[in-house]
Design a protein around this ligand. Structure first.
Ligand code: COA
Length: 153
């Protein structure tokens, strides 16, 4: 597996679309997916490549000079639990440190939603050193409580 930084906006869009379409339990809302795809084209983009295929990515957005937001990320379903996500995360940790950020943040579905897919995601973030920072039920929607998680670099 190779971790690479992608510059080409149309390739960023293509990878984001392919991966998010592959993950309907997490990204089942077309309006939201379209917005992720459009925005990802303009943000720093880190991808995992295996045998010529892009199998996962992180799209990164600067929140402020100290905080880098993991705007949207995913790994193709068939590659889950194979170490792709953690390889991407380690790369992104180093990338963020080199750029001078002190924290990573991510918005995710709160544990209170009791969504089995997002509970797995939450476990991944906890394993990767993230902690619960702020929960707000108005950021996504009333039925989708939002948890902001943070990691000190
Ligand atoms: C969250 C996500 C990016 C993690 O990626 P991943 O490639 O599955 O992550 P890893 O394989 O590195 O780690 C996940 C688990 O596999 C285990 N693992 C890692 N390498 C492994 C290996 N070689 N063999 C077996 N298991 C392994 C890890 O210990 C970890 O264990 P856990 O399931 O008990 O937590 C991925 O599951 C995903 O795309 N989820 C859906 C999209 C999503 O949640 N996006 C974020 C929304 S906020």
């Amino acid at each position: 597996m190779k971790i690479v930084e992608i510059e080409d906006p149309s390739l960023k869009k293509q990878i984001t679309r392919t991966v998010l379409d592959n993950l309907p339990e997490w990204f089942g809302k077309e309006d939201a997916t379209r917005e992720y795809v459009e925005n990802a084209a303009h943000y720093p983009f880190i991808a995992a490549e295996m045998n010529g295929e892009y199998v996962g990515f992180y799209s990164l957005r600067e929140e402020n000079k100290d905080v880098l937001d993991m705007y949207v990320l995913g790994v193709l379903r068939e590659y889950h639990s194979g170490g792709v996500g953690s390889s991407l995360q380690h790369y992104v940790d180093d990338y963020a440190k080199k750029k001078g950020y002190s924290y990573l943040m991510v918005l995710t579905l709160a544990a209170a939603a009791n969504d089995s897919a997002y509970l797995k995601t939450r476990k991944f973030y906890l394993n990767m050193g993230f902690f619960d920072f702020y929960r707000n039920d108005a950021i996504f929607s009333k039925d989708d409580p939002c948890q902001i998680m943070v990691k000190r670099l």
